[in-house]
Write a protein that binds this ligand. Structure first.
Ligand code: ADP
Length: 423
């Protein structure tokens, strides 16, 4: 497990139950050499989309053919990379960085994967049944392909492990909670860490001086309160179901909704699970989970779309208010991920009426689109409102590279985390 000093490339893998997303990045200049994904693994119609980004590449390549399992998927990815001269056997490859969804309380930082680390990730399967098994499969597959190469796990939960017990504990019987690991873990941590740090940079300050509310609004959505670079609260909990209204997830509901549906609607626990995770949120309220489509319908006067938008914004506003109170002083609110980066009406509505809290959005700044971090608040506003595009893969690369070259996942780049999602 040695890393030649010349090796500067990191393959970032995000393994889902039936998909693998990947990016090959170079730590010397943060460049991306190739990106792609394999989806519908195990089906007849598996699809691989590979885009080389180096000069010699021939553009995007797509093929649809059965890919039986993750091992076959990764082999296919390796072949595509090799065809571009970027093969996994290259001495320039320093490590493989894996996004791992649940690291529990133990993994507070990126970790070089050993058999013991894998066993602990396995032990967390009961609290992350959809995600951790796929992550483990991805890791084992990559290990088989390059057993000599360091493999690093970067956990979605790690950034939130700094939450105080007052925020991390549910107010339920302590013994039951401890035996079954029931507590608030939070997710999207790589994104919250990255975006809060980039927001401090945008303000020209050190992260330790800045309090930020990060609103990660993708298909999955979560908010976090970050004080001086450390997370003090976040909206997702034991699972990604808690908190904000999401594309297909309800976010916060009275837990008694579950008992009610099981006892009185004849639904099984699995059916309620599917209802709250897959048929709720925006899609449950109006039949669409894409904010573009919802806004189009709102503009046409569609009442269900308007209701979905209003419920979404109401919840968002409640979390802004709650985290304002948790932090006491807020320097910035940062919007990120698909909705946060692109949907100006969401940003405008989320802070509307909060002028007393020092919050406002400048309509013309808010209308500007772009890929760079930017402010959308007027100059007079006490609290900066920022749009900060997230980049989970870049952050996983940085953390992985720092760990294998310096033995620390410290802020090699001055930034800490981004969004590879699926949560
Ligand atoms: P995830 O990674 O959680 O799947 P993303 O962060 O990619 O999600 O966000 C996807 C969502 O972003 C889409 O479902 C859509 O609602 C929203 N989105 C993307 N582009 C736009 C846009 N131009 N305007 C409004 N919403 C958008």
């Amino acid at each position: 497990m040695t890393t030649p000093t010349t090796a500067s490339r990191v393959l970032v893998l995000n393994s889902g139950s039936s998909s693998v997303k990947y990016q090959l990045l170079d730590a010397r200049d943060d460049s991306r050499l190739a990106v792609g994904l394999v989806e519908r693994i195990g089906e007849e119609t598996s699809r691989l989309v590979h885009t080389p980004l180096t000069g010699g590449g021939e553009g995007k390549r797509e093929r649809t053919a059965p890919i039986a399992d993750h091992a076959a998927a990764l082999k296919a990815v390796a072949d595509e990379l090799a065809a571009d001269g970027l093969g996994l056997d290259s001495p320039e490859l320093a490590a493989i960085g894996h996004r791992v969804v649940h690291g529990g309380m133990r993994f507070t930082a990126p970790t070089v994967i050993t058999e013991e680390v894998l066993e602990e990730i396995e032990r967390l399967v009961p609290v992350a049944p959809l995600h951790n098994p796929a992550n483990i499969t991805g890791i084992r597959t990559a290990q088989a392909l390059r057993p000599d190469l360091p493999q690093v796990a970067v956990f979605d939960t790690a950034f939130h492990t700094t939450m105080p017990e007052s925020a991390a504990r549910y107010a339920i019987d302590t013994e039951t909670a401890d035996v079954h690991r029931v507590r608030r873990y939070g997710f999207h941590g790589t994104s919250h860490a990255y975006v809060s740090r980039r927001t401090a940079e945008l303000l020209g300050k050190d992260p330790s001086e800045v309090n930020v509310i990060v609103l990660h609004l993708g298909n999955g959505a979560s908010a976090s309160a970050v004080r001086g670079g450390r997370c003090v609260d976040t909206s997702m909990g034991l699972t990604p179901l808690e908190g904000l209204v999401m594309g297909t997830r309800s976010g916060d509901v009275d837990p008694a909704v579950v008992f009610h549906l099981v006892r009185n609607a004849g639904m099984s626990v699995d059916e309620v699970d599917a209802l709250l995770n897959k048929k709720s949120g925006l899609i449950g309220l109006c039949g669409d989970n894409d904010m573009r489509e919802i806004r189009r319908r709102v503009d046409e006067g569609d009442e269900r779309a308007q209701l979905a938008f209003d419920v979404y914004i109401h919840r968002l506003k409640k979390y802004i208010g709650a985290y304002y109170a948790v932090l006491g002083r807020v320097d910035a609110i940062a919007f990120t991920a698909g909705v946060g980066e692109n949907a100006a009406p969401v940003r405008e509505a989320a802070v509307a009426g909060l002028e007393e809290l020092g919050l406002a959005v400048d309509a013309s700044l808010n209308a500007v689109r772009g890929d760079e971090p930017r402010l959308v608040s007027p100059e007079y506003a006490r609290v900066a409102v920022a749009v900060v595009p997230t980049d989970e893969e870049l952050e996983i690369m940085h953390q992985t590279y720092a760990l294998v070259t310096e033995g620390s996942a410290g802020n090699a780049s001055g930034i800490a985390s981004g969004n590879a999602s699926g949560i």
